[in-house]
Design a protein around this ligand. Structure first.
Ligand SMILES: [Zn+2]
Ligand SMILES: [Zn+2]
Length: 209
């Protein structure tokens, strides 16, 4: 590790191994929650941020639905009154409506890409540090999409990391087999059955990442 002071994202990176979920998913979910809360509690008072948000047309559909889960009506009304007016006016225009707004200009979609780059950079830089190696090995492992992304983006992943992930994926395949066996055993209860949900989350990653 270099002698430079560690960035705050390094500490968030280290925390990502403690959540019992894919560390990459955990990091993005944590950053996203922080970003929604920042918008609700502080960003909403920033007139330049409000102006940029409204001019960009707001969140994509998926991120707007997530924002609504915070049930902060005031923030929604402040941010979306003008967007609604603009959208209603555009619906009456005869000119072609242009590309669908999904993912065209959603600020959060762009920011998530930056966070992903940050995570890949941190992993690449620190994977062989002793404390990171033991944190990864004590975690529940990366989901398949994020393991794949790390493999694509980092040319030389440490061999121990590939072995560790293989053991996670093999363990999940074993769980799925056990689950199928338990389904054919009428005497078994639901409590005896291993979790197939864990396997599917490993295949897909967490919702909203
Ligand atoms: Zn993941
Ligand atoms: Zn978005």
């Amino acid at each position: 590790m270099s002698g430079q002071p560690l960035h705050i994202d390094y500490y968030k990176f280290m925390d990502s191994f403690k959540g019992g979920k894919c560390p990459f998913c955990s990091y993005i979910l944590g950053k996203k929650e922080g970003s929604f809360k920042h918008l609700i509690y502080e960003g909403i008072n920033d007139k330049y941020l409000r102006r940029d948000f409204i001019q960009s047309g707001g969140f994509c559909t998926a991120h707007l639905r997530e924002f609504l889960r915070f049930r902060d009506g005031l923030s929604v009304a402040v941010l979306y009154e003008q967007i609604y007016i603009n959208s209603a006016a555009a619906a009456f225009e005869r000119k072609p409506r242009g590309p669908d707004r999904d993912n065209q200009s959603c600020m959060l979609c762009g920011t998530i890409e930056t966070w992903k780059r940050m995570y890949i950079t941190l992993f690449k830089k620190h994977a062989d540090d002793e404390d990171v190696t033991s944190a990864v090995q004590g975690s529940s492992g990366f989901c398949l999409p994020h393991f794949r992304l790390l493999r694509e983006e980092i040319r030389h992943l440490p061999p121990w990391f590939e072995d560790f992930e293989r053991s996670i994926f093999d363990g999940n395949i074993g769980l799925m087999r056990k689950y199928l066996e338990s389904c054919s055993n009428p005497a078994g209860t639901d409590d005896d059955k291993p979790s197939w949900k864990q396997v599917i989350l490993s295949l897909l990653g967490e919702e909203g990442v």
